[in-house]
Design a protein around this ligand. Structure first.
Ligand SMILES: [Zn+2]
Length: 147
């Protein structure tokens, strides 16, 4: 009898199970699925591997790598936090009060720059909303807390 790998794909409340013949194809399809839904936050794929036990994934493999390197702004963690910050600070420039309604493009800015304070990169207290004009006026090497 052929042994199959049953993978459980969960996206929010929706759960699907698929079967694959090899562990490799299970992993490949999990990664493909995670890439396709990379904007989602509440996502998980898991299966039981004979050699490694229960495996669970919530980000595509390339995201796991970029977390540590340059592509910080593409990571799921940053994108989720960015949305949270926009909600929390009410989508308005903390410096001049501009909003998307008044035509402003809003940036989520690190008060203490990420290059010198990597530990604060995902700290919502280190974030502020600035419109493009105000953000460009702020030098990257000057720490200004407009709040
Ligand atoms: Zn502004």
């Amino acid at each position: 009898m052929e042994r199959l790998f049953s993978v459980t794909f969960r996206l929010g409340d929706s759960i699907r199970t698929k079967h694959y013949k090899t562990e490799k194809s299970a992993l490949r399809n999990i990664n493909k699925w995670l890439l396709k839904h990379r904007e989602e936050v509440d996502i998980n794929a898991s299966f039981f591997s004979g050699s490694q036990g229960h495996l669970s994934f919530n980000a595509p493999a390339e995201d796991l790598q970029t977390d540590q390197t340059v592509d910080f702004y593409k990571t799921k963690a940053w994108r989720a936090l960015r949305l949270q910050a926009l909600e929390y600070y009410e989508r308005r420039c903390v410096c001049c009060g501009a909003t998307p309604k008044s035509g402003a493009v809003l940036h989520v800015d690190h008060i203490k720059p990420r290059c010198r304070y990597p530990e604060l990169a995902l700290d919502i207290d280190n974030l502020q909303i600035l419109c493009e004009a105000c953000n460009l006026g702020k030098m990257a090497n000057v720490e200004i807390d407009w709040r």
